[in-house]
Every structure is written in C-alpha cells, then in structure tokens.
Ligand binder design. Structure first.
Ligand code: ADP
Ligand code: MG
Length: 283
C-alpha cells in the first residue's frame, strides 16, 4: 500500500471530531450520561510541520491523540492520516497505516516494559506492524534509531532501569522512529522530566524533525514548552479549539481570553522554565 502523501500534502487532517465517554448511570432507568471530551475538533498538519496542541489538564488533548490513531471510536467527524480515512479502513489496512504515525507518551517509566531489553522494546512497533523484516535488517534498524536519538547501538542489550529519565524518553522516541513514520504524536513528552533534561529532549525533537523531515502533533499543557518546537499552535479548552495560529503570533497577540490566561502562567525571561524553552542548541 502506498500511504505516502504527495509533496506538500497533509499528513493529518481532522474534521469536526466528536468523542464522548459514557459516564456511570445515575439510576437504572435513566439514560447513561456522556462526557463530551472532543466537541467538534478540526485541525491539519502538513508534511514537515509541527503543530502544538495546548490546553489545561482535562481539555481533551490525550483523547484527541487517541482518536487520531483510531484508538477511540468518535461519535462524529473524520480523521485522515496520509490521506486515508482511518475509521473506514479494515484492521489490516489500519495496521499498515499505523507505521506512518507513531506515538510518544509522557511517562518514560511507565511506557517501557521493565522486563524487556531496550532492543526488544524499540523493535516492538516494527515487529507488530512490518512483517518479513529479516533478523539482520531488524538489528540494523534498532541500532540506527538508538544512534539517531543519541544512544549507543549496544544499549539494545540493556534494561530500562539502567537509564535516566531523559535517556528513557530517548528510548521511547527511538521506538517511535523505528517504522520510519511521517508523523509523531507526542503527548506531554517532557512533562515528567527534570527542567534541565526537558531542554535536551526538546532539542532532540527539533533535531530529528530537521534531519528526518518529521511532522509533529505535539501535545503539552505548557505553552513555554511548545514555543520552540512548533510552527503553529492550537489552543484547546473543554474539547474545543478556541484559537489557532502561528506560534509567535499567538504568543504576541493572543485573541482568546483562555489563551491569555495560559500565557499569563508562562514564566518570564530569566525564569529557569523560560531558559528551557529557549535552549535551541544541540545538547
Ligand atoms: P487531557 O489530555 O487534556 O488532560 P483527556 O483527553 O485525558 O484530557 O480527558 C478529557 C476529558 O475526558 C477529561 O474530563 C477526562 O476526565 C475525560 N476522560 C478521559 N478519558 C476518559 C475515559 N476513558 N472515560 C471517561 N472519561 C474520560
Ligand atoms: Mg493528557
């Protein structure tokens, strides 16, 4: 299957996405209430582009990430990955498409199986999504992605507990890269890391984007973090995008009161958090 988007096309297109979760019934006879986590979300990510989605906890960011990967079934709306409607595909075709969009999660401790060696962990998406990769090619792919995130090929033989938090997030990123995706969906990928380590991992994201031409859907509750990794930012509140624009534009002239409130929480220059987001040199 050719899932390549022709040059300049959208790797991700989300239209009017609605996602509701059932809530516990109040009584046996009452209809089950529902919580609307996504309330008509539309966005697009072009090839090579980095779109940040920011919003407070509970605004629906992770629900959006899961729905984009067809891990949640929306009540309405459409998701096109590489030009293909993810909810119209057969399971096999969806598996084929998943190679092109990989996820990086917040928690570098919880997302790596402690009983598995790093090589196994990193190769898992490859093993699950690409059949017929020979042993030698598989080893080469593991080494390639470990080196590309600043680790060593021989780290494949170690276990996650032998690495620091920042290194573990590098392992998670290597795992996301192994299928050579066009889009990385990163859900709060630095939120669990120390401030000094955040800068290094953000730099890695920027460096990989430049080297590999990746697109990002970069999710964060922290506007300071997205400033230097995103071209555009979509501000999410109660399952809706209340504002969207070029990052610098939104920082300079926020239109929505909610965006201004988020910006007011961003520390000023000189604060350590600002230094993190401002550190754009290679680690
Ligand atoms: P965010 O990632 O921005 O913090 P989430 O997408 O995790 O937000 O959650 C959005 C809303 O949906 C929250 O109110 C959350 O409590 C609710 N929610 C998330 N997952 C579920 C679920 N599986 N069942 C019920 N409610 C959920
Ligand atoms: Mg979340």
């Amino acid at each position: 299957m050719s899932a390549q988007a022709p040059g300049g096309e959208m790797v991700l297109r989300v239209e009017n996405l609605v996602l509701e979760y059932p809530l516990p019934r109040q009584s046996l006879f009452a209809p089950a209430p529902r919580h609307r986590a996504l309330d008509g979300v539309s966005l697009q990510v072009a090839r090579g582009e980095s779109l940040a989605v920011v919003g407070e906890s509970g605004s629906g960011k992770s629900s959006l990430a899961r729905a984009v990967l067809a891990l949640e079934q929306p009540g309405a709306g459409r998701v096109e990955l590489m030009g293909q409607d993810v909810f119209a595909l057969s399971p096999g075709a969806l598996r084929g498409l998943r190679r092109h969009a990989q996820m990086v999660f917040q928690d570098p401790y919880g997302s790596l199986d402690p009983r598995r060696k790093v090589g196994w962990i990193v190769a898992e998406p490859l093993d699950a999504l690409e059949s017929g990769v020979g042993a030698a090619a598989r080893q080469a792919r593991i080494a390639e992605v470990l080196v590309s995130v600043g680790l060593k090929a021989r780290d494949a033989e170690k276990f996650p507990h032998e690495f620091s938090g920042g290194q573990r997030q590098r392992i998670a990123i290597a795992r996301a890269l192994i299928t050579h995706p066009a889009l990385i969906i990163a859900d709060e990928p630095v939120s669990a890391l120390d401030v000094s380590v955040q800068a290094q991992v953000l730099n890695l994201f920027m460096d990989l984007r430049e080297r590999l031409g990746l697109s990002y859907l970069f999710i964060s509750h922290d506007l300071a973090v997205v400033r230097h990794v995103a071209d555009r930012v979509a501000v999410m509140r109660h399952g809706q995008i209340v504002e969207e624009g070029a990052v610098e534009q939104v920082f300079r002239e926020p239109q929505h009161p909610y965006t201004r409130k988020l910006l007011a929480a961003v520390p000023r220059v000189g604060h350590p958090r600002q230094a993190v987001a401002g550190a754009t040199t290679a680690p």
